[in-house]
Design a protein around this ligand. Sequence first.
Ligand code: AKB
Length: 336
Amino acid sequence: MPRTILVTGANGEIGHTLLERFAELEGARIITVDLAPLHADLASKSSLHLTGDVSDPALWARLQEEDINEIHHLAALLSTSAEKAPERAHHVNVNGTLGLLSMARAIGQRRGSPVTFLFPSTIAVFGLPNLETKQAAGRLTEDQYLQPITMYGINKLYCEQLGGYMSDRYGQLLDAQADVLDFRALRFPGLISAHTVPSGGTSDFAPEMIHNAAQGKSYACFVRPDARIPFMAMPDGVEALLKLASADRSRLRQRVYNIGAFAPSAEAIAAEVRSVWPNTDITYAPHPKRQAIIDSWCADVDDSAARADWDWAPAYDQRRAFDDYLIPIISERYSS
Ligand code: AKB
C-alpha cells in the first residue's frame, strides 16, 4: 500500500515546492487540499485534490475516509493577513488545526499506527519587548521570549502545545488509545522562493524586493534598513519538512524545533539586489505596525537542537541562496 500524504494549503508558496519534491518520491499517494482548485502546474502532482476550508468539519470527515500516513498542514493565515482578520485567522489557524489533529488521531486509531503530523510553526512565536533586548538576545533557543504580539504568532504557539497534547496526553480522563499521532513542528523563518511571491506575511519585504528588482520595478520597503530577522531559501524549508518527517522518533527529544539559515538586515538584502541590478530603485517607507511586528521577532535562531536530533543543516547560506538559487531562477523567470 503506497504511503498516503496529505498536504493542506497546497497552492501556497511552501506547497508548490513541497509538491515538486514529492513528485520525485516513488510510490507516494498525494492528497491535496486548498480553498481553490489546484493550480494547473501542480495538477499532475496530486492523486486527489479536495477544494475546501481546513476548518470545515465536512472536510475532516471526508479526509478521515483516507488511510493517511503523513500530513503537512501548510494552510494558515500569515501574520499580516491575520492582523486584518484576527477572528478569521484564529478560526482557520487554530480550529482548523484542531480538527485535523483529531482526524489524524482517528485514522491512527483505526489503522493501529500513528499519523506523522508536520506542523509549520514560525519565528512569529517569539516576542522581544524592544530592539535593545532583541539585539542583546541574538540567536534564540526554542524556549526564549515566547510572548508573541500577533494573532498568527499566538495561534502557532498554541498549536505547538496542542500538537504535543494531542500526541502525548490526549483525554486524560478518557480511555484514549496511545501512540496514534506523532506531531512534529518546525519554526520557519522568513522563506524566500524564487518561483512564487508571497502575500500576507510580514517577512515578505525580502522576496518582494528581489522579485521587484528583477522586473525593473522600484520598491518601497515597508521596514527600516536595519530591520533584521532570519530567512531561508525555500528549498531548505521544504527539505527540513521532509527530513523531520523521516527522522527516527527515538532521536527526537522535543516536538518543536527552530531552524535557521541566514539572518540579513533589509539593507543587506538590498545590497545583494543592487549587486545584480545596479539601477534598482529601493527606498524605505516603514509601515509602523508591520515594523513593530518585525522588531518583535528574533534577530536569529539557535537551531542546534535540530542539528543534533535530526541532522538539520541548511544547504543554502546567504551567498549560495542568492548566487545559486534566487538570482538565476528569478532572472530567468522575468527575462522572457
Ligand atoms: C510571515 O511573515 O507571517 C511568515 C512567517 C515568518 O511565518 N512568512
